[in-house]
Design a protein around this ligand. Structure first.
Ligand SMILES: [Zn+2]
Length: 482
């Protein structure tokens, strides 16, 4: 089977055929950098990271572009998110942008998200956006107002609304849509806005001093780096309307060609069944999440539901993901330890059948619209078989062990990003954890010998809270992890 993807534009699964053989050009809407990234961002960007990784594993050369929105993304109140934050903290807008751009990459690096090939900033592409707005005016798809604003005329482009399936009559039916001065139709959207004198981020334009609308940055930067038509456009489903819809209108009205051939959008993330929001106090940043859970466990949690589906973040789900990851790593460590002094040769080569079968099943799952949860399931089944083999007492030669390790490195590591390359990282952590627990066991024994039972009980109870259960036996104390 070849790669099939669910195209949100056509609403069906299609065979993936890139424009240029062997190459994939992919654009994903990036973050607006006015705050730290939250776990909803993690869901979107880990999902596209795995798509990027799998395309590369499949032999494609990928040019992955993901923008940084540092101007123009307004709140419903009409305030610029970045300016509002800059005002509140008495900082330059570009200090806010720099702080949170760095923070974003720091978090994505920590989560093992490979950096896009190009991360263009909207503020660095204002001339391109002005040029596009000008071209749209010349072609009759946009108009400038006396105020110095430029709007896209949605009635001039009949396909407006095709991605989200919205109809103009429905959009304009409600009286909720505010009609700005000089705007011809309620659903027309801004390509350029005039800036009031106190506005901090502004540029000269043919329509006076102002700043670009949010949507035009993606059309301008995607076409600049990927061409008028490229292969995959991605992003979060919540941005399908109006953002993606406006991107399409701007780009396609101008070029007369499809903007992207495949639209892949990720489902949203809720926390304990509720949409995440600061006012509800259930807003979880990536930085907070990685204090509690291993990044690989967070990835595994995200990948355990299909990228296009919603996922619910809860402590129970994360604890379960962490345990799943530990089980997987248990087998990886067992394999790599066995490799240290493995006998030469192909003893245990009968296992090659299982290796080939699981690798094939993994590829079939990923070829089916990047079905990571199914691929994870294959890796878990494989792990059960590996444990059985390595605990059987049967001699397993270097060649077989290397073939097992290669499955973990390539499928678990290169593609899913949940198996570290070096055993040292996980191995050192496990060894350190074991050493610390042994130290506490010794301290508890010492406390007991001094009849300090308050302290010895405290050590036992606090360890139990952490899932480390002590068991006193005639020959000493042992522990097990819950
Ligand atoms: Zn975008």
């Amino acid at each position: 089977m070849t790669l099939q993807v669910f195209n949100r534009m056509t609403r069906q699964k299609e065979e993936f055929k890139p424009l240029t053989e062997g190459q994939v050009k992919m654009y994903v809407c990036g973050p607006t950098v006015y705050d730290h990234a939250h776990i909803g961002h993690a869901k979107t960007y880990v999902s596209f990271d795995v798509i990027n990784r799998y395309l590369r594993y499949s032999g494609y050369r990928v040019r992955y572009v993901q923008n940084i929105t540092d101007v123009g993304h307004l709140l419903d109140t009409g305030e610029d998110r970045i300016l509002k934050k800059a005002g509140a903290l008495s900082l330059e807008p570009m200090e806010i942008v720099e702080t949170y751009t760095r923070s974003y990459f720091e978090d994505m690096d920590a989560l093992g998200v490979r950096r896009p090939n190009i991360s263009p900033r909207a503020s660095g592409h204002v001339p391109e956006q002005i040029k596009m707005a000008q071209a749209l005016i010349e072609a009759g798809y946009a108009y400038a107002t006396d105020e110095g604003d430029v709007y896209f005329d949605v009635h001039s482009w009949p396909e407006y609304g095709k991605l989200s399936g919205q109809r103009l009559e429905e959009l304009e039916g409600g009286a909720r849509v505010e009609v700005a001065e000089g705007k011809r139709h309620p659903a027309d959207f801004a390509l350029w806005r005039h800036a009031e004198p106190e506005h901090l981020m502004k540029w000269d334009s043919p329509w006076g001093v102002g700043f670009p609308g949010w949507h035009i940055e993606c059309s301008a930067m995607a076409t600049k780096y990927l061409g008028e038509t490229f292969d995959i456009h991605g992003g979060g489903l919540e941005n399908r309307f109006p953002h993606n819809e406006c991107e399409i209108a701007q780009a396609e009205a101008l070029s007369g060609k499809p903007f992207a051939n495949y639209w892949l959008l990720t489902g949203s993330l809720t926390v304990d069944g509720v949409k995440m929001s600061k006012s509800l106090g259930n807003f979880i940043t990536v930085k907070d999440a990685i204090k509690t859970y291993r990044p690989e466990a967070i990835r595994l949690f995200i990948l355990s539901s299909h990228y296009s589906n919603p996922v619910d973040f809860s402590e129970a789900a994360l604890v379960s993901a962490q345990k799943g990851w530990e089980r997987l790593m248990g087998a990886v460590q067992l394999t790599r330890y066995a490799l240290r002094d493995a006998p030469e040769g192909d003893a245990g080569s009968g296992f090659q059948v299982a290796i080939d079968e699981h690798r094939q099943q993994f590829i079939e799952a990923m070829d089916d619209d990047f079905n990571a949860p199914q691929a994870l399931g294959v890796l878990q089944n494989f792990t059960r078989e590996v444990n059985t083999l390595l605990n059987s007492g049967e001699e397993v030669g270097r060649e077989t062990l290397e073939a097992i390790d290669a499955v973990y490195r390539e499928l678990g590591g290169d593609v899913l990003g949940i198996v570290p390359d070096e055993i040292s990282e996980a191995g050192v952590d496990a060894a350190r954890q074991d050493g610390l627990i042994q130290l506490l066991i010794e301290m508890r024994a010492q406390a007991r010998s001094e009849k300090n039972f308050a302290l010895s009980d405290l050590i036992r109870d606090r360890l139990a809270d952490l899932g480390v259960i002590l068991e006193d036996r005639p020959d000493g104390t042992v522990y097990k992890l819950q």
